[in-house]
Design a protein around this ligand. Structure first.
Ligand SMILES: C[S@@+](CC[C@H](N)C(=O)[O-])C[C@H]1O[C@@H](n2cnc3c(N)ncnc32)[C@H](O)[C@@H]1O
Length: 214
């Protein structure tokens, strides 16, 4: 059987889904932003940070409010429209780009820090994961901040059990930190620190990687 070359998150953020995504529960949103804040303590405030995929823009809005210069991109036209409105409302003066994390058009080492929040867990195959990580690393001058879902959590155990009992099929793909580090190592990056939202309870992790190769 041939490997899948696409995934739901690549194609399903139409206007309806993009609008729904803006109404994440406040406590979930705030928990995720706190995780982001912990990881960004490692990133100098002088850095330009590219938020990819930016969705409706909550990550770049948070970072801009902390003093970072931001850029943003996403694949979905509906998400780009929402993010652009939010960027304009905040007076950021940026143009949200149409960008595919698997095939970026930005020059090598052109952006200090790349952040990729809540997309990696949608990638169904090692080939897609490696392609996206290689692109984020290629464009980054120094850091890549990546979220992933750890398989070692109570949330994952519950989802696996639900599927085994005939419930909804798993649609996200957890990856161990070891696997994630392997993709980065191939691009000359090393792990600086890994942050779990609530280790062994929740799946969401955010890891900071740094360029080591010249
Ligand atoms: C779950 S949302 C996360 C958005 C944002 N990072 C956040 O946390 O609010 C996933 C986003 O990934 C985007 N996306 C999916 N595949 C992509 C790709 N190959 N390149 C860029 N964006 C992609 C979707 O359009 C969607 O906006």
């Amino acid at each position: 059987m041939s490997e899948p070359t696409t995934y739901r998150a690549r194609t399903n953020y139409d206007e309806h889904k993009a609008t729904i995504y803006q109404h994440r529960k406040a406590h979930k949103h705030e928990g995720e932003m706190k995780l982001l804040d912990r990881a960004f303590k490692l990133i100098p405030k002088s850095h330009t940070v590219m938020d990819l995929p930016c969705g409706g823009g909550r990550v770049f809005l948070r970072l801009a409010s902390q003093g970072y210069k931001v850029k943003a991109g996403d694949l979905s036209d509906a998400m780009i429209a929402i993010a652009q409105q939010n960027a304009d409302k905040a007076g950021l003066g940026i143009t949200v780009e149409k960008a595919d994390v698997e095939h970026l058009t930005h020059p090598d080492r052109s952006i200090d820090t790349m952040v990729c929040f809540r997309l990696f867990q949608h990638f169904p195959t090692p080939a897609i994961r490696q392609r996206a990580i290689s692109e984020l690393c290629r464009v980054s001058k120094q850091y890549v901040v990546l979220s992933y879902f750890s398989p070692f959590s109570w949330t994952q155990a519950k989802l696996i059990l639900r599927e085994k009992l005939g419930g909804r099929k798993l649609r996200k793909f957890p990856t161990s930190l070891n696997e994630v580090e392997g993709y980065f190592a191939k691009s000359g990056f090393r792990l600086v620190e890994d942050f779990g939202q609530l280790p062994y309870i929740k799946s969401l992790h955010l890891a900071v990687f740094e360029r080591i190769s010249e």
